[in-house]
Write a protein that binds this ligand. Structure first.
Ligand code: HEC
Length: 203
């Protein structure tokens, strides 16, 4: 080290040796600069499905499909919605459907924006539990509430219905005022004997 030449630079009498960077280090540095545009183009600018986010999305969808295979195609009726209201891990899947598709009109917590408040006790198109599924499937208000039958899987509609049914009565603050009529309470939740034939959503 002490044989190394010194730089001309000195400050307060402190001098520096002129040690060059090792060759391998410089080449690694240059190689990584040469490599990076290719990496960037391939993973971030190239075909769909290559980025980490895309791969994550694909894996997530795959997982949901596996879970749906577990429960089969559900029926969109009151008893089925009631049954899934009691299964928290499936209600969470319904919640994610809501977050992805419904918050723009119904608000993050269902408090209402363009669409009515779903957290109060009054409804325009709903008198019994099954009506939630019908409205989501077929739409309402001449399309002001879009129909989802061609955009969501039938199970997603059942599960988001269960989530929406559970929003009722939460009366989120600052929500839209009540619209429509007050309706009778939902039927008592069906607590199944742990048959487990349908399993619970695994996360
Ligand atoms: C483009 C805006 C919009 C989107 C997106 C939307 N809704 Fe609606 N929704 C409305 C409007 C507007 C109404 C009221 C229709 C009417 O006046 O009869 C409504 C009504 C409803 C009702 C019946 C409420 C009642 O009082 O009768 C339910 C339940 C509902 N929406 C659930 C959902 C769910 C679940 C989603 C997501 C899958 C969703 N909505 C997405 C606008 C929307």
């Amino acid at each position: 080290m002490s044989e190394a030449p010194k730089t001309d630079h000195a400050y307060d009498g402190i001098e520096e040796y002129d040690n060059p960077l090792p060759g391998w280090w410089k080449w690694l540095f240059i190689a990584s600069i040469v490599f990076c545009p290719f990496y960037w183009v391939y993973y971030h600018n190239g075909a769909k499905g290559r980025s980490i986010q895309d791969q994550y999305g694909v894996a997530l969808a795959e997982n949901t499909r596996l879970q749906f295979a577990e429960i089969g195609d559900l029926k969109l009726d009151g008893p089925t919605i009631a049954r899934f209201m009691a299964k928290d891990s499936w209600v969470k899947v319904g919640e994610s459907v809501f977050r992805a598709n419904c918050v723009s009109c119904h608000g993050r917590e269902g408090e209402g924006k363009v669409g009515p408040n779903l957290t109060d006790e009054a409804f325009k198109n709903i008198t019994v539990l099954a009506d939630i599924g019908k409205v989501i499937n077929n739409g309402a208000g001449n399309g002001a509430m879009p129909k989802w039958s061609n955009r969501l899987h039938i199970n997603e509609i059942v599960l988001v219905s269960a989530y929406v049914a559970k929003l009722r009565g939460q009366n989120v603050e600052g929500g839209r005022p009540e619209e429509g009529n007050k309706i009778a309470p939902w039927p008592e939740p069906v607590v199944e004997e742990e048959s487990d034939e349908e399993g619970d959503a695994k996360s």
